[in-house]
Design a binder for this molecule. Structure first.
Ligand code: T46
Length: 376
């Protein structure tokens, strides 16, 4: 994550400085509080060596235990845990130093306890505020920054489409990631937590999902977006011709083998598979649209024309080879014309069969496709 690291390192140092300031402030507060309540002889001057020691321990713990790692990407719960871990380790180390140098008796234990308690609260609060400030500063200049969610097979065109529409893609979350670090110069998220963190603190303002159905957004990401009030936008396409992977044997007698893999090639969960066989030439079927169903159509044998109508224009796609697939999103009127008898039409669908999900009346389809229709 090149870009992000560049910003990240600078931000990391700023967090370290904030932590050190918190250590000093926590100690000053602890001593002041203690002296205002207890009737003892203990001065700030006496406490100064402890402050130096705590600062040294703090730097050592930060570096040694890497307690600021991914600081910008942590969500609240993880931040509380990490800050607590940092403070507890620092406390234990300080106690050990004081014990081994036998100087522990010289300093007030109450103040040291109090200082670490205050340090925890101050650090937590200051880190939170600083993250908010960074986020604001960053977003001010990156109003169109987005996290792109897609699959590897769509990634390239997803990037191109997003860039064309002026979206600055900060990170890609691939549903079928094989551990890639970057794609087209854009960092690829390590996993879902990473993707959530990109949204949470650092980079992206929106999530754009490309070539995928909303149902493919993992629950954790959808929940996080809701919590963080991050919009999930569908970068839409109505239909797309895709290459179905095909393995041809050198010996033509063995024919060819084509395959489609869920999640990798299909941007929706496959709930149903159906096929139309024993057909005659010039058969017309279809004349309907779907409200929800996403589909992949392919013709493993023969030749079939698919006429698509989005209410404004018509296009004809000819399925005439097993390696050609037609991805259809909802809201398209279609008619299928069999060009050769015996041609086979296969369909992978995102929904179970539901006759109410069909629009079988053209006027109804036009009305449905208009905004008002969709709302009703
Ligand atoms: C589509 C095109 C490409 C079922 O009972 N279950 C099913 O899963 C399906 C798909 C159909 N049916 C019944 C409903 C009808 O009584 O099978 C009969 C024929 O269906 P339909 O007239 O919808 O067939 P086509 O060829 O016009 O359309 C079919 C699909 O229905 C449709 O989703 O996109 O293939």
């Amino acid at each position: 994550m090149k870009n992000e690291l560049r910003h990240g390192r600078l931000k990391y140092i700023s967090f370290l400085i904030i932590d050190l300031v918190c250590v000093v402030v926590a100690n000053v507060l602890a001593v002041s509080l203690y002296l205002s309540f207890a009737d003892v002889k203990y001065s700030m001057g006496e406490h100064i060596p402890v402050i130096y020691l705590m600062l040294g321990v703090d730097i050592a713990v930060t570096i040694g235990f890497n307690t600021l790692s991914r600081v910008l990407r942590r969500r609240k719960r993880i931040e509380i845990f990490q800050t607590l871990k940092h403070v507890v380790i620092s406390f234990v180390l300080l106690a050990m130093i004081l014990f081994t140098t036998k100087s522990g008796a010289d300093y007030s234990r109450v103040i040291i306890f109090l200082a670490y308690g205050l340090e925890f609260l101050l650090m937590l609060g200051c880190r939170y505020i600083w993250k908010k400030i960074l986020m604001k500063l960053y977003w001010k200049n990156n109003s169109d920054s987005a996290l792109l969610m897609t699959t590897e097979s769509f990634a390239e065109e997803a990037l191109e489409t997003s860039r064309k529409s002026g979206v600055d893609v900060k990170s890609i979350f691939l549903l079928d990631s094989k551990g890639q670090k970057s794609l087209g110069g854009v960092p690829v998220c390590d996993g879902i937590e990473d993707a959530i963190a990109v949204l949470g603190w650092d980079l992206a303002k929106d999530v754009y999902i490309y070539g995928l159905d909303h149902q493919m957004v993992p629950d954790a990401l959808a929940k996080a977006c809701k919590e963080m009030k991050v919009k999930i936008d569908l970068v839409d396409f109505k239909y797309k011709i895709i290459d179905v992977k095909t393995v041809k044997n050198d010996d033509s007698r063995y024919g060819s083998l084509s395959f489609i893999e869920g999640k990798r090639d299909i941007p929706f969960p496959i709930r149903r598979v159906y096929w139309i066989t024993e057909t005659e030439a010039d058969l017309h079927r279809g004349h309907h649209a779907h409200k929800l169903n996403c589909q992949l159509l392919f013709c493993p044998h023969g030749k079939i024309d698919i006429i698509l109508d989005d209410g404004e224009k018509k296009e004809t796609i000819c399925l005439d080879e097993p390696g050609k697939g037609l991805l259809l999103m909802p809201g398209l009127w279609r008619e299928m014309i069999w060009k050769e008898s015996g041609s086979v039409l296969c369909v992978l669908a995102s929904e179970y069969y539901d006759p109410d999900e069909y629009i079988r009346n053209y006027d109804g389809f036009i009305a449905y496709n208009s905004e008002d229709g969709k709302k009703n």
